[in-house]
Design a protein around this ligand. Structure first.
Ligand code: F6P
Length: 360
């Protein structure tokens, strides 16, 4: 193996730089191979100067840094790229240009670090003959075939810390505090941070809720002498029979962005329970900043394993964590069904056993 490239696509997640560093170090020191970095996801293959050499010097000091030194594009799908032509916005497929650019670089492997959207692109490019290898990244932890993705642990800790801080002010003011958390259609961040941060009510996309059930829990706590309550609400949570709440619309290319359910819960619960409510939307704080030790360790193992997989010719596959071991699985297998919280699983049962309400 002489030359490979690495890119980061989709929303950033703490640990991306740890993957890049592990790829460059493992390829350079173990295989004497050259690594190229690609700027801003797949866009880098289409821009002048978008592909450049990464050396041991380029990755010095990046392990504790959030974000990605390569940049990323959360809306850069080469199979459906929006461009403006003669004043009109049109959608074009530039995947063949990307594949041609990749071929011209004589790459033996392209390591694609991303979430489901980016990994789907990696899979489609693989079918076009590009030797891709996937590394699963997302704070949402919604990719199947891997027990966890890097970035999730950091987001979880940020969310837990926010709940801890909100607890003290909720208690002081006798309020219901609602913390809206990310995760798209998966409730992992909210479930796990909610339990770790002592939430009384946890609202996740996998379990539709009723406002009346939330109020019952708040009232029950008041009767028992607790004048405040904590609600952890996933951005994708929704009341029974209603739709999810969006902060940004989508179109034929871009998916809509969730957000706003926290405010809805605050208004409805405040009115129905006659108690003061306040809402905090944690937003991108969950994605920024330095990765936890767990995420640095997992990201490093994933990066190193991706290079070993490249050396073995394991293209069209993704590195994954299973039973404490790093394995690899076909991208098609990982992407077939997105991972969700099991409403009847051990995590939800544990929370219910502690008296936590899911508002159902
Ligand atoms: O997938 C990661 C994520 O942070 C989701 O939890 C969230 O819904 C989305 O990305 C936000 O996307 P953007 O950064 O484009 O607003």
């Amino acid at each position: 193996m002489k030359r490979l490239a690495v890119l980061t696509g989709g929303g950033d997640a703490p640990g991306l730089n740890a993957v890049i560093r592990a790829v460059v170090k493992t390829a350079g020191l173990q295989y004497q191979a050259e690594v190229l970095g690609v700027r801003d996801g797949f866009d880098g293959f289409l821009e002048p100067g978008g592909v450049f050499p990464l050396t041991l010097d380029s990755v010095r000091g990046i392990l504790p840094r959030g974000g990605t030194i390569l940049g990323t594009a959360s809306r850069g799908n080469p199979f459906a790229r929006k461009i403006v032509r003669e004043g009109k916005t049109i959608v074009v497929d530039v995947s063949e240009d990307v594949a041609t650019s990749i071929r011209s670089l004589n790459l033996e492997a392209l390591i694609v670090v991303g979430g489901d959207g980016t990994l789907h692109i990696a899979e489609e490019l693989y079918r076009k003959g590009v030797p891709t290898i996937g590394v699963p990244k997302t704070i949402d932890n919604d990719i199947s075939g891997t027990e966890v993705t890097f970035g999730f642990d950091t987001a979880l800790n940020v969310a837990m810390d926010a709940l801890d801080r909100l607890h003290t002010t909720a208690e002081a003011h006798h309020r219901v505090m609602i913390l809206e958390l990310m995760g798209r259609d998966a409730g992992f961040i909210t479930l796990e941070a909610g339990v770790a941060g002592g939430a009384d009510v946890i609202l996740i996309p996998e379990i539709p809720f009723r406002f009346e059930s939330i109020c019952e829990k708040v009232r029950e706590r008041m009767e028992r002498g607790s004048s405040f309550s904590m609600i952890a609400a996933a951005e994708g949570a929704r009341p029974v029979g209603e739709r999810q709440v969006y902060r940004m619309g989508g179109d034929e290319v871009y998916t809509p962005r969730l957000g706003g359910i926290g405010q809805v819960v605050a208004e409805q619960v405040g009115e129905a329970c006659g108690i003061e409510t306040r809402v905090t939307v944690l937003g991108h704080l969950q994605r920024g900043g330095s990765p936890t030790a767990f995420d640095r360790w997992l990201a490093t193992r994933f990066g190193a394993a991706a290079v070993r997989l490249a050396a073995e010719g394991g293209f069209g596959r993704m590195v994954a964590l299973q039973g404490a071991h790093i394995v690899n699985i076909a991208l098609t297998e990982a992407l077939a069904v997105p991972k969700r919280v099991d409403p009847h699983g051990e995590g939800v049962a544990t929370a219910r056993g502690l008296g936590i309400s899911f508002g159902d």
